[in-house]
Design a protein around this ligand. Structure first.
Ligand code: TYD
Ligand code: MG
Length: 449
């Protein structure tokens, strides 16, 4: 009989080595390897010949309706692509304290009140804590609690109780008794997740799994779970701000373009009817280093304020700090301003931020970002009626971006009078006039004179 073989797994990136090593050759981390038993029956390529099965013509597969059911929380349903799909597995990631448990408890309450049986596995909190949170968010009927971290017990309980939806909070607390390794290690996370996914698929249970993500953006070290689940949702925003955006990173049953927009309140997460209003609340007009941008979140446009602060630098290497915008974008904007608009920033520290804790990753942020920096450097305010969007090319040209019409409409709806946009931007709106610009120099002259 073959000896059970073990392999060593990097807890950071999931890289596998046949023996222990001090430093991972894949991610460069030190001391991250943990031993894991390889399956004893790992078949080689030629171990066993399989027998053929009858195939099914795609066209003959019956289309079943009614597989999808709404949770009743509109923004959550939107990002899911219209609700939960029976037998699917959803992973919800996000930093600790961002609101994952809150959202799921609210979803559980809503599902419960619609007669859908929910089993809430609370591995992190006591039943009393869950109860008091449930009181706060108004979740009552139809939720069964299971304070358990042993995956085999959870599996057996699900088979005995047969709930329609199982919520596991969180995957990092679970452990498989048949495996070495502490809860939260890659091996355990992978094994318990695989076990629960199999359970969901074979018994048509809908499974929602919480996974904590570190600042660096990894779930349990690597993103080991993303492949095995059907849908991956990430919470964005930071716990210091009320705003939360839930974004789909993967969705086998829907589009990844949609997002859910929430606000953390005293009574849990609330849907935000007017995100632009909320995001712009507290904005002081007539200040240098600030401009509003209509950004796209899914099919919706929402207005965010892009801010910059530029100060003389006393450092050899001037400081560049960015919150909410990729630093690479900021560095590129600075280089383009310097070379294409004759706005030198080499001896200044530059800080940029998107107010409200929102992240903007689309290229359309280039133009407002550059204008905010130019405005901050010159200490001259851009007119309070302006919004801007557009990608800035390396030659300083302003390039077209998608969805110009909804952006212009949202700006006009929120009372902005002037839209600075790429030349190619089509679309007009009563109340706001659109000024097309071809270069970054022209954009700076238009808004800052
Ligand atoms: P939580 O859902 O526990 O975060 P996670 O499960 O992602 O770790 O959210 C906790 C935060 O939300 C905490 O800082 C308190 C806050 N909160 C509210 O502001 N209002 C509420 O009604 C609830 C339940 C939580
Ligand atoms: Mg939690």
């Amino acid at each position: 009989m073959a000896k059970p073989r073990s392999s060593w797994l990097c807890q950071q990136c999931g890289h596998i080595e046949p023996r222990w090593v001090g430093r991972c050759s894949a991610c460069g981390e030190f001391g991250t390897f943990v031993e894991e038993m390889a399956p004893s029956t790992a078949p080689g390529p030629s171990a066993r010949a399989g027998s053929a099965r009858a195939v099914t013509a795609l066209a003959d597969v019956a289309v079943t309706d009614g597989l999808r059911f709404p949770t009743g929380i509109r923004e959550f349903d939107t990002v899911l692509g219209g609700g939960l799909v029976r037998g699917s597995v959803v992973l919800i990631g996000g930093e600790p304290g961002i609101g994952k448990s809150t959202l799921l408890l609210q979803a559980a309450g809503s599902l419960g009140s619609r007669g859908v049986e929910v089993l809430y596995v609370c591995g992190e909190e006591s039943v009393q804590q869950v109860r008091s949170r449930a009181d706060r968010v108004g979740a009552r009927a139809g939720i069964a609690l299971l304070p358990e971290v042993d995956a085999s017990v959870i599996e057996a309980t699900v088979l005995a109780e047969r709930p329609a939806v199982v919520i596991v909070d969180s995957i990092q607390t679970l452990f498989d008794p048949g495996l070495d390794g502490v809860p939260g290690s890659v091996g355990q996370v992978r094994a318990t997740a695989a076990r629960l996914v199999r359970l969901a698929k074979t018994h048509d249970v809908t499974l929602i799994v919480v996974g904590h993500v570190t600042k660096e953006g990894s779930i349990a070290g690597p993103r080991v779970l993303e492949h095995v689940v059907d849908t991956v949702l990430y919470f964005e925003g930071d716990s210091d701000h009320a705003f939360r955006i839930v974004r789909a990173a993967k969705n086998r049953f829907g589009s990844v373009a949609e997002v859910g927009i929430f606000e953390m309140t005293e009574e849990g997460l609330a849907e935000v009817a007017q995100p632009s209003t909320a995001l712009l609340a507290g904005r002081a007009g007539g200040v240098s280093g600030s401009i509003v941008m209509p950004t796209m979140e899914g099919s919706r446009s929402l207005l965010v304020e892009v801010q910059a602060l530029v100060t003389p630098s006393y450092l050899q290497m001037p400081r560049r700090l960015s919150v909410g915008i990729d630093t690479a974008r900021v560095l590129q904007a600075l280089a383009i301003l310097e070379r294409r608009a004759a706005i030198p920033l080499g001896s200044h520290d530059v800080y940029v931020s998107v107010a409200g804790g929102v992240r903007v990753s689309e290229p359309a942020v280039d133009l407002p970002l550059s204008l905010a920096i130019a405005s901050a450097l010159r200490d001259r305010a851009i007119g309070a009626g302006w919004v801007a969007f557009g990608e800035v090319g390396l030659t300083g040209d302003i390039r077209g971006v998608p969805h110009t019409q909804p952006r212009i409409r949202e700006a006009a709806r929120m009372g902005f009078t002037d839209v600075l946009a790429p030349k190619s931007a089509k679309g007009a709106s009563s109340g706001a006039s659109v000024t097309g610009v071809a270069t970054i120099g022209e954009a700076v002259r238009t808004t800052l004179g």
